[in-house]
Design a protein around this ligand. Structure first.
Ligand SMILES: Cc1cc2nc3c(=O)[nH]c(=O)nc-3n(C[C@H](O)[C@H](O)[C@H](O)COP(=O)(O)OP(=O)(O)OC[C@H]3O[C@@H](n4cnc5c(N)ncnc54)[C@H](O)[C@@H]3O)c2cc1C
Length: 413
């Protein structure tokens, strides 16, 4: 096989699929687009209602208000609504210290500070919407195992079950995740800062309802977040746990029995949700800040986690990637309509210039929070308490924090 597509997206994770939906919506119909994903994808659901599918992992994602606006503009928000739990308030506290603050959506006349969705639903709902859009060709499970730019086009080596084929494209969008092999193959270096922390992720059932409250609790071993989830599988009160811990502790808590796990979590989190009664499957992720040193070249853009993988504590990684997706779609739409090639370097540089300050601010914000709140220095600890108490005392500071949490700052509002 040897075919040409104007644009090829390598990697059909949540960013790759969102990119495909966005480009399918904004680019002229003559622009051919291919999405290549290495893992099997959920099949098209006949009723349009997807099943829970393990192709997308066990994490949940807090979508910001800016992500809602982007999905609304892409025309996919209504298709996602049924899987979303609105965050009506955020309770921020610090274990063993007096400071705490409550941020409420109603104080800002917003319907939600964000929306939590399980990746298994989000990924599958997005892929069903892509099937229905019918605009983008898909190959999966197929891997892009090689990419060679020759100054005019990029030649791609695709592999499926040991069989190889070649495609060419004017624009390769690299969206194959934080450990991107394509990025490495293209000789694009990364700056990596390991956090020496792991994230332990699981769904938790509690005796009391969350009432739409997301809890962010800073402890001496790292931040712990419990995000509100919709009820499912007959479990009424569910929350998604993201618990940042030293590697050894994370591994132990991943593998220990449920009684011990719940005991330790209860002791760390307290009784704001009553007794914690059940934990689902536990997963562990090593955390580092990974930043690609280059994001655009002629005919190439690096996107999503391949471009910047962030600490999850502030829930910003996917939201930032989605703002990149929206911006790239806009800039490419203008360039292609003006008769420029999809891989035109100036067009791609315009995209990057436009996103640079949003990326810098969001990365700095995500990077600062976990280290600030883990500091053992008692003076800094006191400052942190005052900062938390100050969020309540100083409404304008609190508003800034909410604007960040909601993604409004990065969105240029
Ligand atoms: C614990 C945790 C919690 C998080 N919570 C939040 C949150 O609340 N809010 C938020 O905004 N962000 C959050 N994030 C960040 C978010 O999960 C990431 O930003 C997002 O998953 C990045 O998606 P991606 O599509 O870029 O990468 P990935 O999800 O890694 O997808 C890459 C895809 O590429 C495919 N692939 C790989 N190699 C190839 C190849 N050679 N050819 C073809 N396909 C290939 C893979 O199969 C995969 O499907 C969290 C992250 C973690 C770790």
């Amino acid at each position: 096989m040897s075919e040409h597509f104007d644009i090829v997206i390598a990697g059909g994770g949540m960013v790759g699929i969102s990119l495909a939906l966005q480009l399918g919506a904004v680019l002229p119909v003559e622009t051919t687009i291919l999405l290549v994903e290495g893992a099997p994808m959920p099949a098209m659901a006949e009723s349009g209602v997807p099943d829970y599918h393990p192709a997308f992992d066990a994490r949940s994602t807090a979508l910001s208000y800016s992500s809602r606006q982007i999905y609304e503009e892409m025309g996919v928000w209504d298709g996602l609504r049924q899987w979303l739990c609105a965050i009506e308030s955020i309770h921020i506290s610090s274990r063993g210290r007096f400071g705490s603050t409550l941020l409420r959506a109603s104080d800002y006349c917003w319907s939600g500070l964000g929306y939590v969705v399980e990746n298994a639903w989000l990924g599958n709902a997005l892929i069903q919407l892509l099937y229905r859009q019918g605009r983008v060709e898909m190959r999966c499970p197929v891997k892009v195992v090689g990419a060679k730019p020759d100054g005019k086009r990029v030649t791609l080596d695709l592999e499926c079950d040991g069989l190889h084929g070649h495609f060419s494209t004017d624009l390769l969008l690299v969206a194959d995740g934080a450990n991107s092999r394509l990025r490495d193959q293209l000789g694009i270096a990364v700056n990596e800062k390991p956090y020496q922390q792991h994230a332990l992720v699981a769904n938790i059932a509690s005796a009391e309802p969350h009432a739409g409250c997301a809890y962010e609790r800073f402890t001496d071993t790292g931040p712990l977040a419990l995000l509100p989830l919709l009820k499912a599988d007959g479990i009424e009160h569910r929350s998604a746990l993201v618990w940042t811990l030293p590697a050894e502790q994370a591994r132990h808590l991943r593998d220990c029995d449920e009684v011990e796990f719940l005991q330790v979590l209860q002791e760390r989190f307290g009784y704001r949700l009553g007794r914690l009664i059940k934990v689902g499957k536990r997963h562990e992720y090593a955390l580092s800040l990974v930043q690609s040193t280059e994001q655009v070249r002629k005919g190439i853009v690096v996107m999503g986690n391949a471009a910047h993988a962030l600490h999850p504590v502030a829930g910003q990684g996917f939201n930032l990637a989605l703002r990149d997706v929206a911006a790239l779609g806009r800039v490419l739409g203008e360039g292609i309509t003006a008769g420029l090639a999809p891989g035109d370097l100036e067009t791609l540089q315009r995209y990057q210039r436009g996103q640079q300050s949003d990326q810098d601010r969001t990365i700095q914000f995500s990077d600062r929070i976990p280290t600030l709140f883990m500091h053992a220095d008692p003076v800094l600890g006191l400052g942190r308490d005052l900062a938390l108490a100050g969020l309540d005392i100083l409404p304008s500071l609190k508003r800034e924090f909410v604007r960040y949490a909601a993604g409004a700052v990065g969105n240029g509002s």
